[in-house]
Design a protein around this ligand. Sequence first.
Ligand code: FAD
Length: 400
Amino acid sequence: MSKKRIVILGAGYGGLRTLKKLQKIRPDAELMLIDKNDYHCETTALHEVAAGTSNADEICYSLDLVVDRSQTSFIQDVVVCVEPEKRRVLLKNHAPVSYDYLLISLGFEPELFGIQGMEHYGLFISDIPSVTKIRAHIEEQFEKWTEDHRLEHLVIVVGGAGFTSFEFLGELTNRMPALIERYHIDKNLVRIICIEPTPNALPMFHRRLAEYGAGRLSSRGVAFVIGRVASVDEGRIDYRTDDQIQSIQAGTFVWTGGVSGSSVVAASGFNQRRGRVTVNRDLSVQGHSEILIIGDCSAVINPQSGRPYPTTAQIALQQADCAAYNLNAMLHGNPTKPFVYNYKGTVCSLGKNDAVGEVMGRKLKGRPASIMKKVIENRALAKIGGVETMIKKGRFSLIK
Ligand code: FAD
């Protein structure tokens, strides 16, 4: 009898950690990993590449460091959709792949909310190509300023004042002095503007911490504007405040106002909302117990609030441990276990030596928060890439 096949879609936090755990369990099954890239990206550091304070290779590592070829085959391709009834996955450039058990962990995509012009003129912090584009775009705009001295080239607008926005703004304000020097710009001409519909920036944090974060960014020149982005055009952002439409002329517009799960989830016909499937307690899909969904494509309901937990790398990593256990249990016809989330806290970087967050119930800000952020990032690196990868790629400097 041929071995059963477990297929994992996505080599991000959820998918790669599940594979690592499964390879340790060594189930009597064929393991297969599919991802569009042959590297793992530390998505939580994408904002650094966008701002230009890190290079892409500093936040990525080869899948070869994790994939054990004696147990696992890897296909580099784009997943188009899953056909649950036929138990197969359709790929862009390869023949369909059949599975006995499937794990979907395809991450997130920017949520555009149907805002006019966003798809064309917005820039997004979602993967390596998108953040490389942001870095190049900002530099191109500053270069253009040296040619025509039009001020909009020096205006950068960020839509959204949540976690990703603040992390990006923190790095961007750190990068600015080098850019200003390189292009010989008067620093007073550069404008960095953050637009958010409500006065509640960083809504996941206690107000005192959120105010600290906003205060730190303001002190580095970020202007906060209350308004809802209505449309985006080349060099122009329209936003609504009190029933009035206002405009900002800006060469760069970065949208951080929302994310949804992968569009593959909707294309596969699952019962989903914004690319996320509300999964069963054991992370399986209703009506398809052979399919597990984790990470940003899944919604896990917090029993206390009745609402889904925010999608984070933290929850994806914990789900992965449960998913590996359950996939192995299913393979042997054993009972699966429910996923229980253990929230440990969140730290939002504000750039070099600065951060704000709550860890194990303790509120942190400034350098202690920044050190804690590095500890968290290194831990995630070790959990997936292993200790060697953490030593090579980890963040040990106390001044970056
Ligand atoms: P991902 O880790 O995003 O992996 C998805 C994988 O699927 C990728 O390897 C991708 O290449 C692959 N893929 C996607 N589509 C396809 C396709 N069609 N075909 C083939 N392959 C595909 N969370 C925290 O807990 N703490 C933080 O501090 C934090 N900071 C963040 C900072 C930023 C700037 C951003 C953007 C996010 C941050 N997050 C943070 C959220 C966190 O990154 C995500 O929740 C996490 O990446 C989700 O893990 P995942 O496994 O679902 O997907």
